[in-house]
Structure formats: structure tokens, C-alpha cells
Design a protein around this ligand. Structure first.
Ligand code: ZN
Length: 271
């Protein structure tokens, strides 16, 4: 009996040591690998169409030899609206939250890559940019750890610029396709907010910016049509104007000044 007790104590101690030595996020990393494995298996399956009254299925599968992976063509920038990176990592590893991104950048500049770029993160949700409605399927989501009321840390912005350079080069992402969550979903979202340094990003080739010397917009200028051409969903015109102002004027007012109109006119011609 005593020996049995010793064995139980040793087994419990070993289990505790093994558990304690596991790296952080061991359990959720395991789920990640399982899910990625299931998708990999699905990709290897022969595609097939189901014959019906009007469709005749081919007798055998002919796999083409010429293909690559679909790749992201947009980058959507967010702020986490949370206090710490740990808090954000927890949110993105709890299945019930159903939200994620590809990257999180901490205030100190540390970059967490949390999802393979080729997989679809749940970051953009419902919205519209140009004619794109399923932004999650064609974009990389980057979350900047920021509570929404503080300035963005220099180290964080420096890391973001390095990451954006890599992504732009790797996937040949057009300059105009670096946008904010609020640009895509103006009626629902405000991130990354008015403190975000969009001008610095544009100076580095990520996103559009207006010229230093602006020409006046012409008489009768249709600014809503122009916002639409830039990419905004103008179905809710107030939301679209506010999103534009947040991004380009660092201001949340809904009125458009003559300078705002000139900037819209300038950006429309660059889009
Ligand atoms: Zn967001």
C-alpha cells in the first residue's frame, strides 16, 4: 500500500513538472496545428463537382500542374482597445471570442505572428471597401496594442513599418491597399483612431496621402462620389465622412471644410 502511495506521488510530481515545463500557449498551439492539418488535408483532396440534371460530371479528375497559393492583397490595421498584449493574446486564443488577426504588435515593438498569412483571420468582419465585402478573405490583419486613447509608441510604429515592408514585398500589395478597420467598416468601427500616424505610413509607401499643395475642388464637386471612388462605402454618408476625417485629418467632426474637400479631390485623382 505504501509503495502504491509512493508511485502515485512520483506520478503526480512528474505530471506537474511536465505541465509546468510546457511553453505558454501549448494547448492553443496544439489546436492551431490540428486545424491547420485539417485544412491541409482538405487542400489535398481532389475537387469534384456533383452531377445533376443540368451538369454532367467529368469521368475522372485531371489535376493541373500549374498553381500557387492565393495570397493577401490588402492590409487592414487595427488597434486592440486593450491594456496589454497578454490580454489580446488571450482574447485571440479563446474559441468563444471568434476573433483573430495575423499579427499583434506590442507597445515595445515585439511582433507576434499568430496566424499563417495564407489563412483567413477573423478581423475585418462586415463592411465594404470599393467592391470588396469579404475583406477577411483577401487581407492581412494587424493589431496594434493600444487602448484607443493613447499615442502609438515609437517602437511599435517602427516594427509596423518593417513588417509592412516585408508584407508589401512578399505579396506585391498595392500602395493604396493599406487601410484601417474604420475605413472598411465606417459605421461600426473607429480603429486605429485619430492618433494613428497614417501620414508616416504613406511616406513609406503604405497607403495614399494627399499632396502638400492642394488645388481647390471644382464647383459642384460631388464629394460622396469621390469618397466612393477612394473606396469608402457611402451608404451611411456621415459614417464615411467621419472615417475619412479620422484617417486623413485626425479629427472626428462630420463637417467637411474647403481643405477637406480639396484633399478628397486630390485623393480621388490618386486612387
Ligand atoms: Zn479593428
Amino acid at each position: 500500500m505504501r509503495y502504491l502511495l509512493y508511485i502515485c506521488i512520483i506520478a503526480l510530481t512528474c505530471a506537474t513538472i511536465i505541465t509546468c515545463n510546457r511553453p505558454p500557449y501549448y494547448a492553443t498551439n496544439k489546436i492551431y496545428r490540428q486545424q491547420a492539418g485539417e485544412y491541409a488535408a482538405r487542400l489535398k483532396q481532389n475537387p469534384g463537382i456533383t452531377a445533376n440534371d443540368t451538369l454532367t460530371a467529368a469521368p475522372y479528375f485531371v489535376g493541373t500542374t500549374n498553381f500557387t497559393m492565393r495570397k493577401p492583397n490588402f492590409v487592414v490595421i487595427h488597434h486592440t482597445a486593450q491594456q496589454t498584449t497578454e490580454q489580446t493574446l488571450k482574447t485571440f486564443t479563446l474559441p468563444r471570442t471568434e476573433v483573430s488577426a495575423h499579427y499583434i504588435i506590442a507597445r515595445n515593438g515585439t511582433v507576434y505572428h499568430i496566424l499563417n498569412d495564407y489563412l483567413r483571420a477573423h478581423h475585418a468582419g462586415a463592411g465594404k471597401w470599393g467592391s470588396i465585402t469579404d475583406m477577411n478573405s483577401c487581407s492581412i490583419g494587424i493589431e496594434l496594442d493600444n487602448n484607443g486613447t493613447e499615442p502609438f509608441a515609437d517602437a511599435q510604429v517602427a516594427s509596423l513599418l518593417v513588417l509592412l515592408r516585408q508584407l508589401k514585398q512578399a505579396y506585391n500589395i498595392p500602395t493604396a491597399n493599406f487601410i484601417g478597420h474604420a475605413d472598411f467598416a465606417p459605421a461600426r468601427k473607429t480603429d486605429p483612431g485619430i492618433a494613428f500616424p497614417w501620414k508616416t505610413l504613406a511616406e513609406n509607401g503604405f497607403g495614399l496621402w494627399y499632396s502638400d499643395t492642394l488645388r481647390s475642388a471644382p464647383e459642384g464637386f460631388n464629394y460622396l462620389l469621390a469618397l466612393r471612388l477612394i473606396g469608402y462605402d457611402v451608404h451611411d454618408s456621415t459614417a464615411a465622412i467621419k472615417a475619412f476625417k479620422r484617417h486623413y485629418m485626425q479629427d472626428t467632426a462630420r463637417q467637411l471644410s474647403p481643405r477637406d474637400l480639396s484633399a478628397i479631390y486630390d485623393l480621388m485623382n490618386k486612387s
